[in-house]
Write a protein that binds this ligand. Structure first.
Ligand code: NIG
Ligand code: FE
Length: 411
């Protein structure tokens, strides 16, 4: 089945096969074609070009999208969308003056979500998670990474990861799974964190890998959570099982996690709200993608990752939602792109590159997602009739999506 989209006002992010990520000043360029066509066969992009070259093309279906822009669907490389319940009360507590740290120290935060998750059945967890996934697909996300980390026991971590696996099997969206056993120290281990690190390495990790439930390993490397040494021990152990690191570092404090993650060949380092000069230096000329999570900064009123500085320093940069109940209860990539432009002062071109091709890189999906490229998945967003692509972040908070196509099918 061949479908031909014609009269595309502008087709964004058209790339040759070999581009896996864009860095530094190249992020300012978003390759596009005006007045274009796009030809897909089943779930694959097979051709695109200017309308004047579309006349001889045969297709089973022709879709006229005059006035509308087409761009690759968003690649959200950092989420925690498998969780139970919500933390609305903590949100109000923060409005009333408590900090995220104070709430966590009182047993709230991640441990609060872990308690709720422990009392939620796998079926119920699946039901709650699938509605979030369906909602973000409608918002144009076509590939997503999902982490465990609200289990913090073998049983509950496996429950989360099995829910991720079920979502992978039942939805057309590409899903990558990450084991985040080291998200917080459970109350039972409060005075013996080392024993929990051992529990992860010796008991939970082997079960996760035996069931083949994760491709990536994550650690929340932060004061009061896991030290650089804890992270290194976990990454080292995970490496022997073939898991690749994608880690939470530098959210509240710079404690050396970036350099250590780079040393362990992390695919991405995420958060980066607090970056010192040496952290930026450590990322130069490496394969590690820095990932910013602007909705977390927005929701918690903490600093934004210095995206401008990193890009001006020649680094690549990706954007993700961090969709989770505590620091970003939104999985809206459109809002991420707008917030990055507004608060991180990156251009619409840089933000769209960060949320598509670089997001795909940050979850190992460069071969299939993140750009309009022959041979890649037919995953794209058709906008409403809008004046230009810069209008997307400008018109923040409003939904300018007309149609989402995932694996060649309209949602
Ligand atoms: O990425 N920082 C660690 N983990 C999550 C928040 C977890 C939570 O508050 O539930 C994050 O922001
Ligand atoms: Fe996170």
């Amino acid at each position: 089945m061949r479908s031909l989209y014609i009269n595309i006002k502008e087709l964004l992010q058209v790339r040759e096969e070999k581009t896996d990520k864009v860095s530094g000043k190249y992020m300012r360029t978003l390759p596009t074609l005006k007045n274009a066509f796009l030809l897909i066969e089943n779930d694959t992009i097979i051709d695109f070009g200017e309308m004047k070259n579309a006349t001889a093309i045969e297709a089973d279906k022709i879709i006229d999208v005059s006035g509308k822009i087409i761009l690759p669907s968003w690649c959200d490389s950092h989420t925690h969308i498998v969780y139970a319940g919500n933390r609305e009360q903590e949100f109000v507590d923060r409005i009333n003056g408590l900090t995220y740290e104070e709430i966590a120290n009182k047993g709230g935060g991640i441990l609060n979500s872990a308690k709720t998750l422990a009392n939620t059945s796998e079926e119920e967890l699946y039901q709650q998670s699938k509605s979030r996934l369906e909602a973000v697909m409608q918002l144009g996300t076509g590939a997503v990474e999902i982490k465990s980390g609200y289990g913090l026991t073998a049983d509950a971590e496996l429950k989360m990861l099995r829910v991720i696996k079920r979502l992978q099997n039942e939805y057309p969206i590409a899903i990558k799974s990450t084991f985040l056993g080291a998200h917080a120290v459970p109350a039972e281990f409060k005075t013996n964190k080392d024993a929990y690190v051992r529990e992860i390495i010796e008991h939970i990790l082997p079960q996760v890998t035996k069931e083949n439930l994760a491709e990536y390993i994550d650690v929340f490397c932060e004061e009061g959570y896991f030290s650089v040494a804890d992270m290194e021990a976990i990454l080292e152990a995970a490496k022997s099982y073939g898991l690749t690191p994608k880690v939470h570092v530098n959210q509240f404090n710079a404690i050396g996690g970036v350099k250590a993650a780079v040393k362990h060949n992390a695919l991405s380092v995420d958060h980066l709200e607090i970056m010192q000069e040496q952290d930026i230096e450590a990322l130069k000329n490496t394969n590690t993608m820095p990932v910013g999570l602007p909705l977390c900064s927005y929701f918690l009123s903490i600093p934004y990752a210095p995206a401008r500085k990193m890009i001006d320093g020649g680094l690549p940069f990706a954007l993700a939602t961090d969709y989770n109940p505590g620091s970003s209860p939104s999985g809206n990539m459109n809002l991420v792109v707008a917030t990055a432009c507004i608060k991180m002062r990156i251009t619409p071109e840089e933000a769209i590159n960060a949320a598509t091709i670089n997001g795909a890189y940050a979850m190992g999906l460069s071969e299939t997602h993140g750009s309009i490229t022959k041979g890649k998945k037919a995953n794209f967003i058709i906008t409403k009739e809008i004046p230009s692509y810069g209008y997307l972040p400008y018109d923040f908070g409003n939904n300018n999506i007309d149609t989402v196509v995932l694996n060649g099918k309209q949602l």
